[in-house]
Design a protein around this ligand. Sequence first.
Ligand code: HAM
Length: 420
Amino acid sequence: MYRAPRGTFDILPDQQAYWQYIRSKVADICQLYGYERIDTPIFESSGLFVRSIGDDTDIVQKEMYTFDDRGGDQLTLRPEGTAPVCRAYLEHGMYNFPQPVRLYYIGPSFRYERPQAGRYRQHWQFGVEAIGESDASIDAEIIDMAWSLYRSVGLRDLVLKLNSIGCPKCRPQYLEALKNYYSQNFDRLCSDCKRRLDRNPLRILDCKNETCMSLAEQAPRSIDYLCDDCAEHFRLLVRYLEILGLRPEVDHHLVRGLDYYTRTVFEIQPHAEEGAQSTIGGGGRYDGLIEELGGKPTPAIGFATGIERMVVNMKRQGIELPPASRPEAFVAFLGQEAKEKAVECVGWMRGEGIGTILASGNRSLKAQLRQANTFGASFAVIIGEDELRDGLVMLRDMSGGEQRRVTFDEALQALQQSGK
Ligand code: HAM
């Protein structure tokens, strides 16, 4: 028997309510904040991701699904949405549009990770990107939008973690200080971090090894090394967040796993959970990325959330969803001639916008009514020999069991009334 590939799963009908609910909230929030939808291809040239996410990141080193197509092009299933959106921004000359350009996307992403709860090889991301604005008020807008989405699906007890990792002007001094600090403690670093020390010392702060975590406690903090502009940007961001009623927790170890970030980085986590998989969503500023991809210097910021992680947390918090809508009517029949009438009636009913299911097979009336109950239909329309002869139908209220013989038009009217 074939099974879904490791790290992937089917979303069965009984789970779709969560997904549908989240999608509808996403659409509402994006409309509210003025973000427009963009869809990019599921695969892109591999170079796009290597260039933007960074050579030394786990994603590029170990997690990309990369393949050569039959024409010899090297392609990668998108591991995230920011780089493709920036590629599209440049390709379609969106720098000529009024700035910032506000975009959102929702779709699957692929990372060859070790599967565990909340970590999959195919996961769905909803993300937003605001490209072409450096003001801290847009950082606040993006963070507020993420927060509002979680609140709108009912999630509570969340923590907003915030940090600033500076810009190309001030970061080198900070990296130098980090290297100095960790060089003095080199022997205590895990083997991964020993390797990271020269190439990507920021990532040591994020290491989940116990000794590395305790070393991080005393490590130099990026916000102490910010240049005046970055410090002012951070101060204003915290101020705007306060005005919006958000209370960020400054986390000096928050650096994020993608190399394109500058200044603002943030993550949102459930209060009680710690650890990499507990992050529901995160993002940050990437002021150098558009230029890195061949455009003019263009500031930008964005955010993405895993839909699976939203669903897991909604279930954990016992969030009830509005009941799924059920078909309004079920059409039962007795005999071949009545069946033909039933097929015709079902067509008319759907044409009138009434969700209708036709009984399957040629079962007894009792069995058909049991089916109607299983589907959760509010009414059954029954066509027997007598009804056929008299040009009527039997309309049965499935909740109370009362039934009456009516014309088909009367049945339609009753169904339309009850559906309102
Ligand atoms: P990221 O933190 O790598 O950021 O991913 C964003 C979110 O996607 C995570 O917070 C998590 O909810 C979900 N996620 C990531 N990997 C997995 C996985 N293997 N299984 C399940 N869920 C996962 C980005 O991708 C950036 N592009 C976000 C961004 C947008 N930054 C600026 N703009």
